[in-house]
Design a protein around this ligand. Structure first.
Ligand SMILES: NC(=O)c1ccc[n+]([C@@H]2O[C@H](COP(=O)([O-])OP(=O)(O)OC[C@H]3O[C@@H](n4cnc5c(N)ncnc54)[C@H](O)[C@@H]3O)[C@@H](O)[C@H]2O)c1
Length: 329
């Protein structure tokens, strides 16, 4: 049976990816997690009942040892590895950059060492972010092989993780794919992220702070989480691996619409039948300035036959509905 190792399985994208894989494949999934405040134990219970999901409790800041107690599920080789585990919130990385270096750089190093020594034939996805490219000037859209230019500690540690993945592929011959994904949103996202905060505040009639630079609100290429999960499965099945050329082994994963955060909040208001209140914030607490705009091209992924199946408006409607059903205002 095909076996997949997924790190960060109890986080936001991890949860949706496991659900997607259980529904669309017959693979056996081993989820590795340290279960921090971004993770949810309740989510894991659901998966273990499927009989095809097993869990390993491990913090990637430490070496992965398949011979350790509780790690026996790591002793057989894997066909695929998807590395999602990371500190993922920019504001938290601003407060705790060293914590992010430990999770995202050292953590990735430990995962790659595990792959190198214990499952070197696996096809690996190092799951990165469009934030590594920094803010995209108006009219610029980054391609997967463009140079990283990270502007906050989160983005810098993710760029470091990508660089390690590329270096391991070239040095040790690992079968590696590096992906950079736009802003993902959807049901069950951690409440510290912008979309859940905005939904919560709009329905309570509270002011939504929106980051802006010189009066222009930030914009993002938002991607509904189920699209992110289907893109990962598509890349596992059809994606090329790094081979030293610019053509192979790198994919951007992106939605088709660039949305400003003011538009996003207005759309949430429309879905909830209220007029939202928002305020542009030029200097968010604790940092100089946010990245105004992220923009990446999904051309390489389209060429291997993937496009997001769920549009932004549809995804947002599903997200608002799920969040409102999950907790009364
Ligand atoms: N959410 C987005 O918009 C987005 C966009 C692009 C890329 N990404 C990347 O996708 C991945 C998942 O993002 P998410 O939104 O699901 O984040 P999340 O914070 O919801 O989940 C991350 C998970 O990783 C686990 N984790 C963190 N450090 C760990 C460690 N040292 N050892 C073991 N487990 C650890 C956490 O417990 C958590 O469950 C991250 O790599 C993130 O950088 C996210």
């Amino acid at each position: 049976m095909t076996r997949l190792l997924l790190t960060g399985c109890a986080g936001f994208i991890g949860y949706h990816l496991v659900s997607h894989l259980l529904e669309h494949t017959d693979w056996e999934i081993v989820g590795l997690e340290r279960l921090d405040e971004a993770a949810s134990l309740a989510k894991l219970g659901e998966f273990t009942r499927s009989g095809r999901f097993q869990f390993v409790w491990h913090d990637l800041r430490a070496t992965v040892r398949p011979d350790a107690v509780g790690c026996q599920k790591l002793r057989r080789e894997f066909d695929y590895v998807v590395h999602l585990a990371a500190g993922s919130h920019v504001d938290r990385s601003v407060r705790d950059p060293l914590g992010f270096i430990a999770d995202n750089v050292i953590g990735t190093g430990n995962l790659l060492e595990f792959v190198r020594h214990h499952t070197p034939e696996a096809k690996v996805i190092a799951f990165g972010t469009d934030e590594i490219f920094g803010s995209a000037p108006h009219g610029v859209t980054f391609r997967p092989h463009d140079r990283a230019n990270p502007m906050n500690p989160y983005a810098a540690t993710k760029a470091g993780a990508d660089a390690l993945a590329v270096a391991y592929a070239h040095t040790y011959g690992l079968r590696m794919v590096v992906t950079r994904c736009g802003n993902v949103f959807g049901p069950m996202q951690h409440p510290e992220k912008f979309v859940p905060i905005a939904i919560d505040r709009v329905r309570r009639g509270e002011l939504v702070p929106i980051h802006a630079v010189a009066g222009v609100p930030c914009s993002r290429l938002y991607l509904y989480v189920e699209n992110a999960a289907s893109a990962i499965l598509h890349i596992l099945r059809h994606g090329t691996t790094l081979d030293g050329t610019e053509e192979n082994g790198r994919y951007n994963i992106t939605g088709n619409e660039e949305v400003s955060n003011v538009e996003l909040v207005e759309k949430i208001g429309g879905l909830l039948g209220v007029t939202p209140r928002f305020q542009l914030v030029e200097n968010p607490p604790g940092r100089l300035r946010p990245d105004l705009r992220y923009s990446i091209s999904g051309e390489e992924l389209r060429r291997i036959g993937w496009d997001p199946a769920i549009g932004f408006d549809d995804g947002l409607a599903r997200t608002v509905e799920a969040q409102c059903a999950g907790s009364p205002p």
